[in-house]
Ligand binder design. Structure first.
Ligand code: DLL
Length: 435
């Protein structure tokens, strides 16, 4: 189902025309209203009159996460605070938060793009949509909530605070047909379903919309088998809008980018030059309809490739490949490079552990030390078995040693404490090493 046929199926040349018009308006607005862009454009000698085609975009400077951090909290807003009706923030897995603001129009556009991604996965007004993302400064909960309402579906704002077994019982009893959450959370819900004393006979769930963290095709299959649904990938980031930037259609062959709202580029993160057509590189977005928090050429740190070919679903919007991981979250411990998400994957694979992980790096006697704080899954039954607990510790330690040549310290903490300390992403990296 195509939510907005006019925009989602327009010819590429009409789309390019629309994009350049919206881009010019955005550039003029940010130059006038955001000191950062005024100064940067002046310093770099940008002549806005000369931005006449989409190729000219490549001559504009990038915006980085550091630029946004320096503008904390409201420095990048393009409208006065009285015109802002919602604030969200992204804390990421590391570093200082970034605060974003939405005007009333921004919220309208946001609901629309989320409604499009839901609709692309086959969700309709007849569905019962259970949202198990955090409802907080994180954009996942409220972003999907208003998108699903816009579509006319019945929304269950279960949030991530309802425990796994209760979520499953709600699904069974309220006849939830669509589950929206993070893939790691879906996995925890699948485990809770399997642990029910009696398996639900009548299981109405059919669609899962998952995102906010990297996941694999293997994890997709695993979740589909265990939750009896078809799983779709959904991508977004707070700085650009939240969820709704792109999502898979029923062909599940790339995520359609809502290009009438966001211009997407792919660059080589080292040379900053555009990647060859179809090659993977860092995604860069320019917002072209945002009023409150518009961004020009924002470097996401996310790696993907773009395919502008029309899709069998009828949409002409380009598709991005799934984001396997971020380019900039790489951590170096005693010279070994690893992504925190790799540690999280190993914790997930251990069985018996909750998907939340807190990674604490410190320096002990001149040496980097890696401490992995984990908790037992809510449904783990072996807590009284010292041997079983030790087994989990050993297996996880060995896996990490084999993969990275590092021996971690594994600390078991209480589940609620870990949940509180991990944020919406179920992953927190705390680097206490002296610079
Ligand atoms: O995660 C927005 C969102 C909410 C997207 C719900 C999808 C569903 P942030 O908290 O700002 O916003 O985190 C954005 O998460 O730059 C990626 O690194 C990662 N990410 C988001 N979606 C995906 C995905 C939301 N489908 C950061 N696959 C992004 C891989 C993803 N990584």
């Amino acid at each position: 189902m195509i939510y907005n046929r006019e925009y989602e199926t327009m010819t590429r040349s009409d789309l390019a025309q629309l994009q350049i018009e919206r881009l010019q308006t955005t550039l003029n607005r940010v130059y006038r209203h955001v000191a950062f862009y005024h100064e940067t454009f002046d310093r770099e000698g940008v002549d806005l009159e000369k931005v006449r085609s989409l190729d000219d975009l490549q001559r504009l400077p990038f915006t980085t996460k550091e630029d946004l951090r320096r503008s904390y909290p409201y420095g990048m807003f393009a409208v006065p605070l009285r015109d802002i009706v919602r604030l969200h923030a992204s804390s990421g897995t590391t570093g200082q938060p970034i605060v974003v603001g939405y005007t009333r129009n921004d919220l309208q556009h946001w609901s629309e793009v989320v409604a499009r991604t839901l609709s692309a996965a086959g969700v309709t007004e007849h569905d019962v949509v259970q949202i198990a993302f955090q409802y907080s400064l994180f954009t996942g909960g409220l972003g999907f909530h208003y998108g699903a309402e816009r579509l006319g579906a019945a929304v269950i704002p279960a949030s991530s605070h309802t425990n796994a077994t209760e979520q499953i019982l709600i699904m069974r009893d309220y006849k939830t047909s669509v589950l929206v959450t993070m893939p790691s959370h879906a996995l925890a819900l699948a485990a809770a379903r399997a642990a029910l004393p009696q398996q639900p006979g009548d299981w109405p769930l059919k669609i899962g919309i998952f995102g906010a963290e990297p996941w694999s095709e293997e994890l997709r299959r695993h979740i589909e088998e265990r939750l009896h649904l078809t799983a779709y990938d959904s991508y977004g980031l707070t700085e650009i809008i939240g969820p709704g930037i792109s999502g898979e259609c029923v062909h599940r062959n790339g995520l359609h980018v809502n290009e009438d709202h966001f211009i997407v580029e792919v660059i080589n993160p080292l040379t900053l030059a555009p990647s060859a057509a179809g090659a993977a590189g860092e995604l860069v977005f320019t917002t072209i309809t945002k009023e409150g928090f518009p961004l020009v050429r924002y470097r996401t740190g996310d790696v993907a490739a773009l395919n502008p070919a029309p899709c069998a679903c009828g949409r002409t919007l380009a598709r991005m490949s799934r984001v396997a991981r971020r380019a900039d979250d790489l951590i170096s411990i005693r010279g070994r490079k690893l992504f925190p998400t790799q540690l999280q994957e190993m914790v997930r694979a251990s069985g018996g552990l909750a998907p939340q992980v807190r990674v604490v790096l410190s320096r002990v006697a001149e040496e980097d030390a890696l401490d992995l704080q984990v908790a037992f899954a809510e449904d783990f039954g072996g807590l009284d078995e010292v041997r079983q607990v030790e087994q989990i510790r050993q297996t996880l330690t060995q896996r990490i040693e084999q993969a990275f040549g590092l021996t971690p310290k594994i600390t078991f903490v209480e589940f609620p404490t870990l949940l509180r300390n991990c944020g919406a992403k179920n992953l927190r990296v705390v680097d206490n090493r002296p610079a």
